[in-house]
Design a protein around this ligand. Structure first.
Ligand code: SAM
Ligand code: SF4
Length: 466
């Protein structure tokens, strides 16, 4: 039995009190809030709730354009790319929405060997990836937790030609502080974990078996990660389980708790919407399905609420939804994903061993070409965490807008690496054009930094960053 604290920082009463006046605010109030949001100090829970009730199309457009403005101010055109790497779909828990749940006999089970993980990593490297998210179900093989540590080491140690994975983020079961220390030693980037739902009764209904039944063990996970020195953490909710307004306010409470206790909130927030999954009824019919319109509104409002937090959109969503969310605040996307262990080698992605259905099936090169055509600069940068710019240090740099003197040149140099080493002729020519446009738009300080970096990469140097 694991003893731990109760997650009292999530206070349902406070959230329900705020949501009780389900009234659309007056246009003047909305505009006042948007003026405040443009100062980029974030919004309160009450302000977020008020914006969440806006339905007027004209006001919604104003929310969207403010979110876009804030995103461009902080992130410019950069868009970070990554891929998930599923290493095992064995699980001891029983989450009703997930194909990996323990009693799902329709699922083909597989835990990759280290050789198979290396093989998957080589495929991702050949696609041009530099950052992966290692994902696993919650049942360890006989090697125990060492399996996870070995898997991370395998990904880092795998190299082909100029290619290597430079940042391994993880999405794994909640750990003890001691195991978090081991993960820190193993050099992970972000520890990502979704609470799924912050609403206790719903949480109890959908988690039927195993350690995951314990709401508080999960909700206090970032406290343990941060105590162990992992200060880049990624939070999220599985949208569709409960009222989205409740969930975003709860995320803000969680955010507030981490800021108060550790001086820094999460590095990223993810917005997974529930997708159909083999052997799950609820996944095909989410009890609180979030419409596309509400999804867009929620993303834009969160961009205003926590302007400096990275926002992640996965390939659960279709290409079209993903494109729209980029303009509303999303700063990281996955590309070319498979959610079945071994799925990159096997090609198509096997629905009978996948976690859920994907909405975007395009290759990395297709995603890159698409985002380039929309004017975004794909970034394969991994510099910050390798330079120790994590947690509070990252936020200190990000907040005054200083980060653009690091991130933008790094985005250009890593994109140039991608174009030189992995892109086909068409993507390459479109990408080179984008790089020259980006250079024209940079200020003198940025160009002085970026140009020599680009020239080094063009001459064959790799992993050039500031
Ligand atoms: N087992 C760990 C856990 O549950 O946190 C980590 C891996 S789990 C495969 C990663 C995430 O997938 C879960 O946190 C959940 O939000 C998401 N997920 C599960 N079923 C899903 C579905 N049907 N559609 C979309 N996302 C889903
Ligand atoms: Fe297991 Fe995670 Fe799926 Fe739950 S969401 S069944 S814990 S893999």
């Amino acid at each position: 039995m694991i003893t731990h604290e109760r997650a009292d920082f999530i206070c349902e009463q406070e959230i329900e009190g705020i949501l009780a006046h389900r009234q659309s605010p007056k246009p003047a109030q909305v505009r006042e809030l948007l003026v405040k949001a443009r100062e980029m100090h974030g919004l309160s829970m009450d302000e977020v709730a008020r914006l969440s009730f806006v339905e007027d199309p004209e006001l919604l457009q104003e929310i969207f354009s403010t979110a876009k403005q804030i995103k461009e101010e902080i992130y410019g055109t950069r868009l970070v790319l990554f891929a998930p790497l599923y290493i095992s779909n064995r699980c001891a828990n029983e989450c009703t929405y997930c194909a990996f749940r323990a009693t799902n006999t329709a699922l083909k089970r597989r835990t990759l060997t280290q050789a198979e993980i290396a093989e998957e990593t080589r495929i991702l490297i050949r696609q041009g990836h530099k950052r992966v998210l290692v994902v696993a179900g919650e049942a360890l093989p006989p090697q125990g937790f060492q399996y996870i540590l070995d898997s991370i080491a395998t990904v880092y140690d795998t190299r082909i030609g100029n290619g290597e994975i430079r940042r391994v983020n993880v999405n794994l079961a909640p750990q003890t502080t001691e195991r978090f220390r081991q993960l820190k030693q193993a050099n992970i980037g972000t520890f990502q974990l979704f609470q799924e739902t912050y609403h206790r009764p719903t949480y109890a209904e959908v988690h039927l078996k195993g350690l995951k039944r314990d709401y508080d063990w999960r909700a206090t996970v970032f406290d343990r990660a941060m105590e162990a020195g992992i200060d880049d953490v990624g939070m999220g909710v599985l949208f569709g389980l409960y009222d989205w307004r409740f969930e975003i306010l709860a995320m803000m409470q969680h955010f507030r708790h981490l800021e108060e206790k550790f001086g820094v909130g999460p590095h990223t927030i993810s917005f997974p919407r529930m997708e159909p999954a083999v052997g799950s009824d609820i996944a095909s019919k989410p009890p609180h399905a979030v419409s596309d319109a509400d999804f867009m509104k929620m993303i834009a409002i969160m961009r205003l609420a926590v302007p400096y937090t990275g926002m992640i959109m996965s390939t659960r969503e279709t290409a079209e939804v993903r494109r729209t969310t980029l303009a509303l605040g999303v700063s990281q996307i996955s590309a070319g994903s498979r959610t079945d262990p071994g799925g990159y080698k096997d090609g198509e992605g096997d629905p009978n061993s996948s976690q859920f259905q994907l909405g975007d099936h395009r290759t990395v090169e297709e995603v890159v070409s698409d985002v380039v055509s929309l004017g975004y600069l794909p970034s394969f940068c991994t510099a910050c965490y390798r330079m120790g710019r994590t947690g509070q240090d990252f936020m200190d740099l990000a907040k005054p807008g200083e980060i653009k003197y690091h991130c933008h040149p790094n985005a250009l140099s890593t994109f140039q690496e991608y174009l030189s080493d992995y892109a086909g002729p068409q993507a390459k020519s479109a990408g080179e054009k984008l790089i020259s446009i980006e250079l024209q738009h940079m200020d003198g300080q940025q160009t002085a930094c970026a140009l020599p970096m680009l020239n080094k990469v063009r001459r064959g140097e790799r992993d050039v960053f500031v």
